[in-house]
Design a protein around this ligand. Sequence first.
Ligand code: GAL
Length: 363
Amino acid sequence: MRNRRAALAVIGGAVSLALTLSACGGETSESSSSERGTIGIAMPTQASERWLTDGKSVVENLQGKGYKTKLVYGEDDPDTQVSQIEKLIKQGIDALIIAAIDNKSLNGVLQQAAAADIPVISYDRLILGTKNVDYYVSFDNEQVGRLQALHIIDELGLEDGKGPFNIELFAGSPDDNNTKYFYEGAMHLLQPYLDNKQLVVRSGQTALKEITTLRWDGPTAEKRMNRVLSQSYGSENVDAVLSPYDGISLGILSALKSDGYGSGSKPLPIITGQDAELASVKSIIAGEQSQTVYKDLRQLAERAAFMADDILNDDTPELNNRRAYGNGVKSVPAYLLQPVSVDKTNYDKILVGGGYYTDAELK
Ligand code: GAL
C-alpha cells in the first residue's frame, strides 16, 4: 500500500477531508481534488459517439467526487493506448480506468501500473491475460446478444413457425472480449432456428471467426456485406442481419441500399444494433435500422467512479456479478448493468423519457 493510498484510506470522505485540513494546520490552498488524487482514464476511440459520452461522463462523475482526471483516447490503435497509459503512470496517477482496444495488449503496461501500486478498473471490456486488473464494470453482454436475437425472432414470427428466412450474421472485433459474449448470447437463441432451417445463412458464414469485424469498423462491415450480397444473393433477398453494434449496422445498411434494398420489391431486412448512437436512433425512426440495444452509459460511468472512489478509500466496491469473470489469469470481480432493447415502439419512452436524448436531438 502506497503512503498516498494509505492516507486516503484514513481520510475517506468529505468529513475526514475537513479533519485533514485541520491536521495540516487549516491550510486550504490544496484543493479537495488534489487531496483526493488523480485518475487516468484511457478510452478506445473518439470515432464512435458512445466513447465520447463515456469519457465525458466518467470525468464528470470523478470530478463531482473531488478527483482530478486525465482522459486519453487511443484512436483504436493498441500501441498508442499502451504508450498513453505508460505516460499516465509516469505522470503519477492514483487509479486507472481502461476500456481496452486490444484486450490482450496491456499486460506489460499493467505490470508497470502494479509496480506503481495503481489499481486498475476494466471499463466495459474485460482486459485479459494479466493479474493486474482489479475490477470489471460492464453490462450483461450475453443479454445484449439475446436481445438482438429476440428482436429478429419476434419480427420474423419465428416462434409461430414462419419461414424460411435468409439471415446474415456479423460480429464485433476479434480482439474485444465482449464480441464472444454478444455472439454466444445471440446464437444461443438463433441456433434452433438455424438447425430447423427456419433461418438460412446463404453465405454459409456462421462461425465467429468468419464473421468478425476488426475494430468494429463500419466500412469493413459494409465491404463484407457487399461481398456476401454479390456472392450469395442472386434472386433471393436477405430478410435479417444480426449486427452487434450501431456503427456496423450503418455500414451494412449502406451496402444494402447500394444493392437496391429499401425500395420496391426489395424491403430492407431486419437489422439489429447496439449503443443507441444518435445516427442509429434516427435511422430507426426513419424505418431503416430496426433495433438497437441501449446501455445507459451514464450509469456505467457512475459505477466506474464509485469503484475508483471505493478502491482509493480502501472500501470494497459494490459488486453484483453472479459468476466470476475469468480473464485467463484470475477471476475479476464485476458489476454488471442491464441493457434494454430499443426499437421504433419504445425509443421515445426509453431514450427521451430517460433523458438520454432530447426530442430536438432526434429530429
Ligand atoms: C464493445 C462495446 C459495445 C460497442 C463496441 C464498439 O466493446 O461493448 O457497446 O461500443 O465495443 O465500440
